[in-house]
Design a protein around this ligand. Structure first.
Ligand code: MN
Length: 247
């Protein structure tokens, strides 16, 4: 049996004086561990060819990274806004739109969750410490894989089917978060301070799950593996539903 092919959104980063394109290896390793075939898509492909790039793919993983340009949600940049990558924003928004049109399973992590919200017309806190201060350090000082805060999960949600209702211990390396929720989305998990930690589609027939923590780092153990396994299984089910003959 062929593995479901998972498009993994990539980035461009200058390292040792050379522009390189790829993605953090933890995402690729997590898709492999769940039985998927990861295919990294570079933002160099461009928004106009994003839909073509998804041809032959069965699922879309939107990865973490830089802040989303606040112009995307009609906000002026906060003084605490960090680096933005407009080319990546544009490419990933086009990938997401094409994937949702095709009913392709989408799993979104950290920046990916924020992108899903912005694509649906939602807005973001550009910097939690200055705009929405609270007791939880969402940009943890601890090593990035270490769980540092808890989340509770909404009963009855797809997220709860995968993770239970918690409280679940997760890592946290973000300074932005959902402010106003976009249309067609449901909040499904929150930190102790009420910051949104997971979203999903309000359409039970659509597999769109987004988390604000980093399950690819494996810090929540079985729960993190459950997210990747369910995503890859949903992608596999899409292959079977759309393929009249075995490939
Ligand atoms: Mn957090």
């Amino acid at each position: 049996m062929n593995s479901p092919r998972i498009a993994v959104s990539g980035l461009v980063r200058r390292v040792d004086g050379v522009d390189r394109t790829g993605v953090n290896s933890e995402y690729v390793a997590a898709v492999l561990a769940a039985g998927g075939m990861p295919l990294v898509l570079s933002p160099l492909i461009g928004a106009a060819r994003a839909a073509d790039a998804l041809d032959g793919c069965d699922g879309l993983l939107l990865t973490g990274g830089a802040d989303i340009d606040p112009a995307r949600y009609a906000a002026a940049p906060s003084p605490a806004l960090e680096s933005v990558e407009p080319r990546r924003d544009e490419f990933e928004l086009a990938l997401l739109a094409a994937a949702r049109t095709r009913r392709m399973p989408v799993f979104a992590i950290c920046r990916g969750l924020q992108l899903v919200n912005v694509a649906a017309g939602g807005t973001l806190w550009q910097d939690l410490p200055t705009e929405r201060p609270g007791p939880v350090a969402h940009r943890q000082a601890a090593p990035p894989a270490e769980p540092t805060h808890t989340v509770r999960v909404a009963p009855g949600s797809r997220t709860a089917e995968l993770l239970g209702t918690g409280p679940l211990r997760v890592n946290s390396t973000h300074h932005q978060a959902v402010r106003a929720l976009g249309a067609g989305l449901v909040e499904t998990a929150w930190a102790e301070d009420g910051v949104v930690e997971a979203l999903e589609s309000d359409d039970a027939g659509e597999w769109l799950v987004a988390v604000q923590w980093h399950p690819e780092r494996g810090s929540a153990g079985a729960a993190d593996r459950a997210l990747f396994s369910a995503f890859v299984a949903a992608a596999a089910a899409t292959v079977q539903a759309s393929s009249p003959s075995p490939r």
